[in-house]
Design a protein around this ligand. Structure first.
Ligand code: GRF
Length: 217
């Protein structure tokens, strides 16, 4: 792809594709949505690696189907979170990863991971943050009686779903909703939102300034 440089007659050098790692612990349907967007050329990126803390997680099979390398570890085999994160950081640095995408990664992270990747690590959460952070964001919204919930993509800081918000998509809660019906509509929203945000980052359109995130046109 040759980008225009404003008509000065010179072709600019195309930027390198964004190198992504996806962290996941479960089904990996968000990985799938992202991998499809990359494969279809909707995002100028490559998914280099899937990092997973559960050897039986279905995301690993999805990764193999897309020919994506996987790195699986068992947290119990390490003395601390910091110990396995040090290994992961070394691997990400060796592979020149530009962006960490946490999509259903069910572990808290420490500064070992956050410090080198702050501003280059995002997470998707199934609620409109700052409402209903932590586990079971969908069930929390239902139990609370919220009329509107949704999905949030945010930068990861040291807290539980507390980092600067990049984008959100709202989903209405219906009277008859169950965990399953609401969950499935939120997931549909996630499959749009996450690839969209990763696409913006790949186009270098996302600016982080304190807690404020702006998307440049
Ligand atoms: C998603 O709903 C995401 O918001 C949450 O965990 C779920 C992961 O689903 N953090 P999947 O593994 O991508 O199918």
């Amino acid at each position: 792809m040759i980008a225009s440089n404003g008509g000065e007659g010179k072709a600019s050098v195309p930027s390198a594709p964004l190198k992504i790692v996806v962290f996941a612990s479960g089904s990996g349907s968000n990985f799938q949505a992202l991998a499809e967007a990359v494969r279809e050329g909707r995002i100028h990126a490559t998914i280099e690696l899937v990092v997973c803390d559960k050897p039986s997680a279905y995301v690993l099979e999805r990764a193999r189907n897309f020919g994506v390398e996987t790195y699986t570890f068992s947290p119990k085999q390490y003395p601390s979170r910091e110990a396995y994160e040090e290994e992961i950081v070394a691997k990400l640095q060796a592979q020149g990863i530009d962006l960490i995408v946490m999509a259903g990664y069910m572990r808290l992270v420490t500064k070992v991971l956050v410090e080198p990747y702050y501003g280059r690590m995002i997470n998707i959460h199934p609620a409109l943050l700052p409402a209903f952070p932590g586990i079971n964001g969908i069930g929390q919204a239902l139990e609370y009686g919220a009329k509107l919930t949704g999905a949030t993509v945010h930068f990861v800081d040291g807290g539980t779903d507390t980092g600067p918000i990049i984008a959100q998509q709202a989903v209405e809660v219906k009277d008859e909703d169950t965990l399953e019906t609401l969950g499935s509509r939120i997931q549909q929203a996630e499959y749009e939102l996450l690839p969209k945000v990763v696409g913006w980052i790949a186009e270098d359109r996302v600016t982080l300034n304190g807690r404020k995130v702006t998307i440049n046109n």
